[in-house]
Design a protein around this ligand. Structure first.
Ligand SMILES: Cc1cc2nc3c(=O)[nH]c(=O)nc-3n(C[C@H](O)[C@H](O)[C@H](O)COP(=O)(O)OP(=O)(O)OC[C@H]3O[C@@H](n4cnc5c(N)ncnc54)[C@H](O)[C@@H]3O)c2cc1C
Length: 552
């Protein structure tokens, strides 16, 4: 006893407890409100069940799946090509849990019920908070459905497995599994944004099959059961469904060259691949491949937006948990006025991101029945993807700083979020591509202008700064053909802020919405987080962000 005391160096004090398992749905006021506001209240039991998993078991699975990164095994011990990627069991658990709870298939299985995509969005939002990498194959599996419908016979046989609540990670043909996952391959070495630059050749060999020769420079989730890919036929860029196993059950000629050594996104494998005569079925008409695959990309872009909003939420939760337990200069960090301003600003940004993401999800949902909503989804997905994904890296860094040095250390979880943050603005069409896409939609599709104008008008009269910003944008919308591409980022940023402000008002929290307008549209904010106008509703924002009764 005496020896122990002699060598005991210090008492560990003033360190927050680890963030305990918590209900990520029940503790997220903005999410609960968005789910109800956008028509997904009926799915609350499913979402609530997943909230407990996302705030609990799945966080540990994510830690393991990111610490034990996927390994490529190109050959077996006898020199035969196998082209397999090995994952830690925790990755398979993440995939199974997500698919069984509807992250991929819920919206399609309940397609007849308005709000099904909103419910699915909430499931994805929760999953993304726990693990980001596995969200990539999950989102591609969800998103492939509209594109695959361009090949009715394929859709008939494949869709039941794609939307099924079953995950099967075995290396066997898709048709021998109860559930399938789907990947996507467009980007080649010579061009990613410009898919027309694809050089992979597709040659018809009969029975609706084509033989593909070429490569893909980025090919994520290569253990998916099949991939929607683009390749050139005589008629131009065409979309194909390329199964991992050929129709005769042998391994398809899909050679994994190496795995990308990525900044983040570690639980997910992204590969480089060559197609050495790989067999694939055509999806949609020859020469219409870009239009066909864009139906998938519209939904993966929606999930980039949802994912970045979720990333903000998770970073905010980690920051709030820390400051609630850590003291400096004689007081809890949570009680230090300047820290409160930073946290409240982050909470406001997170609420605005979540509101926009769920508004887009509801437009995607209603778009199947209502052309106005379809037009809104078309343009607002690109607006939201651009803005929210761009805001995420700075946001996560600020949240990291709330933890001081600990936020820079791997165990705090924030480095993983920080590494992940930039990717959503790069893949599925980088920032400039989103802005140019918005411009193109406004210039060519009058229904998009109409939908945006109506949406902005719903918030008219709520705040003078919002009215002024909307009027300024209105001038650009009146003659979009005159709008210069070098001003596209300005336009899209302003559109995003106006949409977010309008949604915050619609959410019924006028004080918060007014502070958003003052700081984001009127110049009372700053270029970093933590600059709020005098009298901003800091207490209200913090109370909403992480209830007193939340874990830890
Ligand atoms: C981790 C990861 C995984 C990925 N997984 C996949 C996958 O599974 N399948 C897949 O197909 N792809 C995948 N990608 C590729 C991704 O979609 C592309 O990297 C992205 O679309 C950009 O293409 P690029 O890299 O060829 O860049 P480029 O097309 O060369 O673009 C470079 C930059 O130029 C900008 N730019 C391009 N054209 C214009 C213009 N006209 N005006 C102004 N600016 C312009 C772009 O916005 C971008 O900022 C993945 C990427 C990453 C990072």
């Amino acid at each position: 006893m005496r020896t122990l005391l002699r060598f005991s160096t210090h008492v560990v004090d003033n360190q927050p407890p680890p963030l305990a398992a918590h209900d990520a749905f029940a503790t997220d006021t903005a999410l609960r409100e968005a789910l109800a506001r956008e028509g997904g209240a009926w799915g609350e039991p499913e979402v609530a069940a997943y909230g407990k998993l996302a705030g609990g078991e799945l966080r540990e699975c994510a830690r393991l799946a990111n610490a034990h990164r996927p390994q490529l095994r190109t050959h077996d011990r006898y020199g035969q090509r196998i082209d397999e990627v090995e994952f830690h069991p925790a990755y398979h658990r993440l995939m199974a849990c997500a698919i069984e709870h509807g992250v991929t298939g819920f919206a399609w299985r309940h397609a007849e019920r308005p709000g099904a995509h909103v419910v699915r969005a909430a499931l994805m939002y929760l999953h993304y908070q726990a693990d980001q990498g596995s969200a990539c194959p999950l989102t591609m599996t969800y998103a492939c459905v509209p594109a695959l419908r361009h090949a009715p016979e394929l859709a008939q046989s494949w869709l039941p497995r794609i939307v099924a609540p079953h995950y099967d990670g075995r290396h066997v043909p898709a048709w021998d599994k109860p559930g399938n996952t789907i990947g996507m391959g467009m980007t080649e070495k010579q061009g990613g944004s410009d898919v027309r630059a694809n050089t992979t050749r597709a040659t018809p060999i009969g029975d609706g099959l084509y033989e593909l020769v070429g490569h893909k420079w980025f090919f994520s989730a290569p253990m998916s059961d099949a991939f929607l890919v683009t390749a050139q036929t005589e008629a131009g860029t065409t979309c194909f469904l390329l199964p991992r196993y050929a129709p005769d059950g042998s391994r398809n000629a899909l050679r994994l060259q190496r795995l990308k050594d990525k900044l983040g996104d570690w639980s997910n494998a992204s590969s480089e691949v060559e197609f050495a005569g790989a067999l694939a079925w055509r999806v949609g008409a020859e020469g219409r491949g870009i239009a066909t695959i864009l139906e998938m990309v519209g939904l993966t872009r929606q999930d980039c937006l949802l994912g970045s909003a979720a990333l903000m939420r998770q970073a905010l939760v980690l920051a709030l948990h820390h400051v609630r337990h850590r003291r400096a200069f004689g007081a809890l960090l949570l009680d230090q006025p300047l820290m409160r301003a930073v946290l409240a600003d982050l909470a406001m940004e997170s609420e605005a991101a979540t509101a926009l993401a769920f508004r887009v999800a509801s437009a995607v949902d209603a778009g199947a029945r209502d052309p106005r909503e379809a037009a809104f989804a078309r343009v607002a997905t690109a607006i939201g993807k651009y803005w929210v994904c761009k805001r995420a890296p700075g946001f996560v860094n600020e949240a990291q700083e709330c933890l001081g040095g600990t936020g820079y250390i791997e165990e705090s979880e924030l480095p993983r979020l920080y590494r992940q943050a930039p990717v959503n603005s790069i893949w599925e069409g980088s920032g400039n591509i989103q802005c140019l896409d918005v411009l193109r939609a406004l210039q060519r599709e009058s229904e998009c202008v109409q939908a945006l104008t109506e949406e902005l008008a719903m918030a008219r009269g709520e705040h003078s700064a919002l009215d002024a910003a909307a009027a300024e944008i209105g001038m650009a919308l009146t003659v979009p053909t005159d709008f210069a591409p070098e001003r596209a980022r300005w336009l899209v940023e302003r559109l995003a802020l106006c949409l977010q402000a309008g949604l915050l008002f619609r959410g019924g929290h006028a004080e918060i919405a007014a502070a958003f307008c003052a700081s984001r549209l009127q110049g009372a904010g700053g270029l970093t987080y933590g600059v709020l106008p005098a009298g901003a509703p800091i207490d209200a924002l913090l109370a909403r962000a992480w209830p007193e009764t939340a874990a830890g």
